[in-house]
Design a protein around this ligand. Structure first.
Ligand code: R7I
Ligand code: MG
Ligand code: MG
Length: 349
């Protein structure tokens, strides 16, 4: 479909859930042979396994809270979103949350809490978390706000409810920008897509707090920009090994070691690759490739899925995959409501 078509909204939201669910199988694995990935994905086509459900993890659990909050409040309401995160955690604590963020989610459920951003600030001796938990759930912000300034602003605030370190919340801003651009059709011109992301992040990372965090954590002056330049270098190589991607971009639980990686997965899989089945379309390639990197596979596949889904649309996701994943059909239903909210706001409401 054209820019911001319903198919793209559905694709983004559903492929994020599918990435989380199918990626759970390999989370934390150091090496994942492509053969194992393809076997896992093939097993989803198996009729006899048609009803087997792959559970979603914290990535989807929190994204669902974001969606429900944005829809119910018709915009960003930090109190409401914080309450939903806390409630979801206490109802299903076993979704594989990061070990640090659990403290935040417990504090957010206290009725005496006056500043919902405070628990996040208390993390890691007051520096805040740089984990990818803000980025993994951010896609709905890009699907709710048509204006890029709002996408950046609210993605940041939404992430800061749990991640107050700039290396955490700026990862969320980057992921939201990638989904935003993809939704507009920007992946039709991959070189311009990566340049736009770098330009946007130059400004985002020029912020005083970001420069300060980068210095304290001994990262490059603008860490996400540095990584995006590596993405641009790697996407322009005809051959790139998985080892090189892991060593240059990472596959870990930090936003800096996973958001640029997810963006690379999408760009790398725009073309057919010899080690991926010829029958696969771009979305299937992206998910398979994300899993083969190992490490934080559920989150990298979830984020790459959101970006790729916004590009290829819902038709690109195999029905058998959707059927196997908990919450995927549900995501498809809510995508239409986000589509309406987005197009309502773009009419100047
Ligand atoms: O970021 P977060 O929500 O975790 C998300 C990840 C995803 O992969 C999910 O699928 C799930 O598996 O978890 O949770 P946090 O606890 O805020 O951060 C994740 C981890 O990053 C922490 O448990 C720490 O190990 C590490 N980390 C830090 N370590 C040292 N110093 C994050 N920030 C810091 C830090 O400042
Ligand atoms: Mg998870
Ligand atoms: Mg994960």
């Amino acid at each position: 479909g054209g820019p911001a078509s319903l198919s793209r909204f559905r694709g983004a939201l559903v492929a994020a859930v599918v990435g989380d669910c199918v990626g759970g199988e390999f989370e934390g694995a150091e090496e994942v042979p492509m053969e194992n990935v393809l076997q896992h994905l093939n097993s989803l086509d198996d009729e006899t396994k048609g009803n087997s459900i792959l559970d979603y993890s914290d990535d989807t659990a929190m994204a669902r809270c974001v969606v429900q909050s944005l829809l119910t409040r018709t915009g960003f309401d930090e109190q409401d979103m914080a309450r939903r995160f806390a409630k979801e955690y206490s109802a299903s604590p076993g979704r594989g949350y990061g070990s640090g963020v659990i403290q935040v989610l417990k504090k957010l459920s206290s009725p005496q809490l006056s500043d919902v951003y405070q628990p996040a600030r208390d993390q890691f001796n007051g520096r805040g978390s740089f984990g990818n938990g803000g980025a993994m759930r951010v896609a709905p912000f890009a699907l709710a706000f048509p204006d890029i300034a709002n996408v950046k602003r609210f993605a940041r605030l939404g992430a800061m409810l749990t991640h107050s370190c700039s290396l955490g919340y700026n990862g969320a801003v980057l992921q939201a920008l990638a989904v935003h651009l993809s939704l507009q059709g920007a992946l039709d011109l991959p070189q311009e897509f990566i340049s736009k992301l770098i330009n946007e992040m130059e400004e985002v990372e020029g912020d005083k707090a970001a420069l300060n965090d980068a210095r304290i954590l001994k990262e490059a002056e603008k860490p996400f920009c540095e990584r995006l330049r590596k993405v641009r270098y790697l996407m322009n190589q005809s051959k790139v090994s998985i080892e090189e991607v892991i060593s240059e971009l990472g596959n870990g639980i930090a936003a800096l070691h996973s958001v640029p990686t997810a963006i690379f997965c999408v760009l790398h899989c725009l073309q057919p690759r010899e080690y991926l089945p010829e029958s696969y379309g771009g979305l299937e390639r992206t998910i398979a490739y994300s899993l083969a990197l190992g490490g934080d596979t559920d989150t990298i596949a979830c984020m790459a899925g959101a970006i790729a889904g916004a590009h290829y649309g819902i038709e690109a996701i195999p029905q058998s995959w959707i059927k196997c994943c908990e919450g995927a059909q549900d995501a498809d239903m809510t995508a239409e409501r986000l589509y309406m909210l987005y197009h309502q706001s773009s009419k100047g409401g």
